[in-house]
Design a protein around this ligand. Structure first.
Ligand code: ZN
Length: 487
């Protein structure tokens, strides 16, 4: 039975990824997921999912049960998810005398250099977010109800048990990170806010996002150097991007193509697609290197492993490989030797601040999401909890109306947090074994290929142990974000 289920699950995933890919790559202007779910309805019937949950003896069965339950939950809220997405697509706001789409408004907030206009824009945008909150609350309540109907003691317990998060210990690790990096965060925040003439005690999340966008450094990252920088990096590791027959690299210009790079693992490892429309700028480099990390992982996964190990399991693992390439942009040696740009102190300081922001924000969100999911039927009162929790950790004023839109399903923030912990250990091992220029070592490339080949059979904790560490620890990550130059 498990073999048949796994085969169907793989076919379903391939169709779903193909649809996402065609929409994102600008080959199709709609994203029709419902017919795919309907075609594979058998996989997600309540009986089938309960059967899968009851058979969690082997690792492979556990991964398949995780897949079945999470897809079942997704399906149960499919209609309301679609309604929210449509509302977001159709909503417009007035800006500079014109009607602009809601999502464009969201994207313009961090780019607006005038502070008064930036604050006015974010308020207008989120007054539209607030209109979807009733649907979002109903959606959340339904997810909670379904988690209980599947026999779990709440949504958090479902995620914790099926994804193997170790939620209790992760939360205490993140409290420690928030506490130990608080002073450093405040100093850096003061530095960047005062450089913009913004009083820290009145700073807003829109100001922080503006600072992090850092357009002043975009000229360091020209469009025409983006792909050569990635190819030189991989050449150094002994990997030829263009000769990997199972990795399709799509750099074509298309009007409907997503401006943000993405990776589609349609079938792992035989059909992996990396889609990019190079524009240049720091953010574009960041995204491409992150997505290339996913693509390399999937493209090198051994084909003989069952689907459960090739494409399911712990996503902290693939996120760690993505962060590893991502963080090259923070390495002075890589910047000088591979990207061929002089590493500037102000840029490195900002890159470091960016990572600290990312981590503190996720850590605060984890604490908030636990409270959000603790109630069977969450209420609008959680908007203040969101604004207080994140506001305190980031030292800026948050937008309470964003308390449901700023949450990913399945406690996905835990994947990123565990991934950062694994990435630091992996980078440390590469530095120890292959030196500061590990990214220019074919042996380091071979070491990575061996890890990538495992797919996601082992979770982040187990991979840390396989590399000789006691497990995922918070101290190395804290030391990394507190390092002066972020190398
Ligand atoms: Zn990712």
């Amino acid at each position: 039975m498990i073999d048949a289920y796994e085969q169907e699950a793989e076919d379903f995933t391939a169709e779903l990824e193909e649809e996402y890919h065609r929409n994102g790559a600008g080959l199709k202007d709609t994203c029709d997921l419902a017919p795919i779910y309907d075609r594979y309805a058998d996989l997600f019937s309540a009986e089938r999912v309960s059967e899968m949950l009851a058979r969690r003896h082997s690792r492979r069965e556990r991964y398949l049960a995780q897949f079945a339950a999470l897809q079942y939950l997704d399906r149960s809220v499919c209609a309301v998810t679609q309604r929210i997405a449509t509302a977001e697509t159709q909503a417009v706001l007035k800006w500079d005398g014109e009607d602009i789409p809601y999502r464009l408004g969201l994207a313009l907030v961090p780019k607006e250099p005038d502070r008064a206009r930036r604050l006015s824009l974010i308020r207008r945008v989120h007054s539209l977010t607030a209109r979807t909150n009733e649907d979002r609350l109903a959606r959340m309540a339904e997810l909670h109800r379904q988690a209980e109907a599947l026999g779990f003691n709440g949504y958090c317990q479902l995620c914790d048990e099926l994804l193997g998060i170790g939620l209790g210990s992760l939360c205490s690790q993140m409290e420690s990170l928030l506490q130990k990096s608080a002073r450093r965060w405040q100093l850096e925040l003061d530095h960047f806010m005062s450089a913009e003439g913004i009083p820290t005690d009145g700073a807003h999340i829109a100001d922080l996002r503006y600072i992090l966008t850092a357009p002043q450094f975009d000229s360091l990252f020209p469009r025409e150097c983006l792909m050569p920088a990635l190819e030189r990096t991989l050449d150094g590791l002994g990997i030829s991007l263009r000769s990997l027959g199972n990795l399709d690299l799509d750099t074509a210009e298309r009007p409907l193509k997503s401006p943000r790079a993405f990776c589609s693992p349609v079938r792992v490892p035989s059909d992996v697609r990396l889609v990019i429309m190079p524009r240049g700028g720091r953010e574009d480099y960041n995204t491409l290197f992150h997505e290339a990390g996913h693509a390399l992982h999937f493209a090198h996964t051994r084909s003989s492993a069952p689907f459960a190990y090739r494409a399911l399991g712990d996503n902290s693992v693939t996120e760690a490989y993505a962060f590893l390439l991502n963080l090259l942009l923070r390495s002075p040696t890589w910047l000088r030797e591979v990207a061929r740009m002089p590493p500037q102190e102000p840029y490195l300081r900002l890159a470091h601040f960016y990572q600290l922001y990312y981590l503190r924000r996720l850590a605060a969100r984890l604490a908030y999401e636990r409270k959000l999911h603790a109630a069977t039927a969450p209420t609008a009162e959680l908007a203040d909890v969101y604004a207080d929790d994140l506001g305190e950790s980031l030292g800026v004023q948050m937008v309470p109306e964003n308390y449901l839109a700023d949450v990913d399903d399945g406690l996905y923030c835990t994947c990123y947090l565990r991934a950062w912990m694994l990435e630091v250990l992996l980078r440390r091992r590469l530095l120890e074994e292959f030196g500061e220029r590990w990214f220019a070592s074919a042996q380091a490339g071979e070491f990575l290929r061996q890890l990538w080949a495992l797919g996601q059979e082992f979770n982040a904790e187990e991979l840390a142990q396989r590399m000789g560490y006691p497990g995922l620890q918070i101290e190395p990550l804290i030391a990394d974000v507190m390092a002066p130059d972020g190398s």
